[in-house]
Design a protein around this ligand. Sequence first.
Ligand SMILES: [Zn+2]
Ligand SMILES: [Zn+2]
Length: 332
Amino acid sequence: MPELRHNVLTREWVIIATERARRPEDFTKKGKEKKIIPSYVATCPFCPGNEKMTPPETYVVPDTTGWRLRVTPNKFAALSYEGERRRSIHGIRRTITGVGIHEVIVETPDHSKTTALLDDAQVETIVQTYLNRFKFASQDPRVEQVTIFKNHGEAAGTSLEHPHSQMIGTPVITAQLRDRLINALRHFDEFGECIFCRVLDQELKEGARVILETRHFVAFVQYAALTPFSMLIMPRRHMACFAEISDEEAADLASALRRTLAKLYQGLDDPDFNYVVRTAPAEYTGVKYYHWYVSIIPRLTKTAGFELGSGMFINVSLPEESASFLRGIQVA
Ligand SMILES: [Zn+2]
Ligand SMILES: [Zn+2]
C-alpha cells in the first residue's frame, strides 16, 4: 500500500508510491547520448576573454592568469539595483517597487567543470563567495531576504551550460520562508527545541536515509522527500543564519557539497538539479528556533496536474532506497 508521509519542516504531506516506485538506477538518463562538454566555448558570456559580454564585476577572485571566480550583476536581472523601495496600498492591492540585487556567480573559468568535477579548494572559494555576497546583499536596507541558488541543466531552468549560481536579494520575505519561520517558532514554543536539530538527531539515529557525514555536516534524503533523491545538507551545529558559519565549517561544507553532488553525478549520470541555501535572514542571526541548510533537488521527474492543483506531491521513489544507492557510490 502507498504511504503518506509528513514533512515536519514544511508541514507538507507526500504520497510515497511504494508500489509504483522505480529502482534508483532507473532514474539515470538512459538512452540519452552523453554530451561531451568542452572547457572553452567562444560564444559563452562566462568563458575567459568574454568578460565584456557581462556587466562589470562586483566581486572577483583573481589568480595568476586572470580570475578563478567572478561575480557580476545579472544582465537580465529580475530586480532593479537602482531606486527606492516604496510600498503602496490601494484597497486590497499591494505593490512594492521592484528593487533588489540579482547577481551571477561564475564558479570557474572552465566551461566543462560542474561542481562534481571541481576540487575542494575551488568549491570552498564558491562557498566563501556565497558568504561574501550574502553579507553584502543583507546590508542593503531595501533587501529583506537573500536567496542563493544554482540551476544545473535545462530541466532545472537554465540553458547556460557554464557552471554558475545566482543570488537574489528581494525587498520582501517570501511566503514560503515566512511559513517555515513561523512553523519552526511554533515548534520551539511547544517543545522547547529546534525542529531541525531534532530532525537531524533522528536521521543520525536511524541512519537509513543518511548519504554521507563530515565533521560538521550531514547529507541525507528527506523522510518525506517530495521528489526522488531530494536531499538536505545540514550543519550539525545549531545556526539560524548561513552567515554564522566559521571558516572551518565553510571548508567542510565545500567538501560535503562537492561529494554529495559527485555521488549524484556518478550514480545518476549527471542529472539536472537545483540547489538552494535555505537560511533565515541575517537579522535572525542567533535565534534558537531556525536552522539553515542546503537543499538539493534533482530534476528527475516532471511536476504534473495533481501536484500543481493540490500542492501534494507523489514521489515514485523510496527515500531509504535512494539514500542506500547514493551511500554505495564511491567518490574521492
Ligand atoms: Zn563558458
Ligand atoms: Zn537547530
